[in-house]
Each structure stands twice: as C-alpha cells, then as structure tokens.
Design a protein around this ligand. Sequence first.
Ligand SMILES: [Zn+2]
Length: 245
Amino acid sequence: MDPYTHESPPSGGLPQRQYIAGNEALKCSVTGCASTRYRTSPFCRSHYSAWSRYGGIGRRHLPAEPIRRIQKEVMDLLQDPMQVHHPGLQVAVQGLQRLFRSKAVHEDPKLDLLRRLANAGADPLDVIAITAAVYCHLWRTDPEAYEDGDYTAAQVGRLLGKLAPLKHRGGGELRSLRRSRAMVGAILERIGPLVSLIITTLERDRRARNGKRRYRRKPVDEQCEQHGQCDHFDEDDHNMEQYEA
Ligand SMILES: [Zn+2]
C-alpha cells in the first residue's frame, strides 16, 4: 500500500477492531520514526497529525504573501471587462453555484467542508481565485508539490476554509485530509479547466512583463554588439534565437 494515499486499509477480512490492534503493533512507516502506528494509519499519531494538517510528511503550509498576491492577480483577471464573459468562467461559476445548491453537498457527511462553504455563501469568484492561486504558486515554485494531490488538497482546503471560519475554536482542529480531498475534488471537477487556463494566462503575462522590464533596463550601448544592425536586446537573445532556429 502506498502510505501516502491512505485509502481503506487492506484489512484482509479482519474485523475493524482486530485490524486496528494489529496495525497499532506495527512501526510508523516514516523512516527513522520509532513510534507505533495510530489506528488504521500507516503513521504514528504525530506523523498522522502532520500528514492530515499539512498534506504531507515534512511539508509546511504555503506562505501567505505570495498566495495573496497571486489571488489578487487572478481576481483582476476574472473581473477584467475582456474576460468577464469568457465562456470558461461562466461555466465554472455556474458549476460552483449548482454544486453549492446540490443535494449531495447538503447531505453527504464526507462533504461537510463544502457544506460549510455553501452555507456561508462563499463567492464562487473567491473559490476560483484561491484555488488557482495555490496551483499557480506551486507551478512556479515547486512542481513536485503541484503534482501531489494530498498536499494541494490540504492547502486549498485550508485556505478555502477561511471563507467559512468556524465560530468556535477547538472543534475540528485535527483536519481530515479525506474531507479536504472530497471538497477539492468536487470543486476541481467544475473549475479544473478554468484553473489551467488561468495558470497559462498568468504565466504568459508574467513572461511579457519580465521581457519588458529587461528591455527597459538595458542601455542602448549594451544591446547586441555582435550585430550592430540586428534588433536583439542583447547577446543572450541573439544566441537564443540562433539556437532555436
Ligand atoms: Zn512516526
């Protein structure tokens, strides 16, 4: 069993109680950890709690500032008069609205995080902006984490949870990764294609901005010296174009 998927344990037909007793006699599957396992988990209690909270052993929460900045970029993009009627955006917003009203969300115990969002009247645009910001940040900084479904579910789940904060402290502190995954999975079914499109668009804009900045910084006499006539900004560009050609 992949210890990180944490799917239903291979109980081999044993009653749950017996399976737990057997599992709890085994060592935690994190290398170097001497503790015994917690319930049906492949981890000891403290590694299980870290895995549930962060979405991976040895991982940490995403830094707030870059996420907030990208979230604002996404929101500006979604509210741009050129994009407001984009069919992909309309499909995503209507998909989330339907999801929030759906019977499953209001009855399935596994979807309680989503129910909290729906009941708090979360704005679909915020849900899209937060989700896209997490994926876009990871796309830029940590491709391995971008591919890690547990980590992305835990982080998107945590940030979306802030749209519908619990009124009291204490209850529900031990996050259920299974529930975050259920919520994020249902959301991505509606907005996944839009999120990919947003990442591509932001990356394209970022490259365009970086290109302009580089151009402004270069004094004229530092332009490509090899070819007085050519219009490359500098020799790197010149060489790159030769390479690509
Ligand atoms: Zn452990």
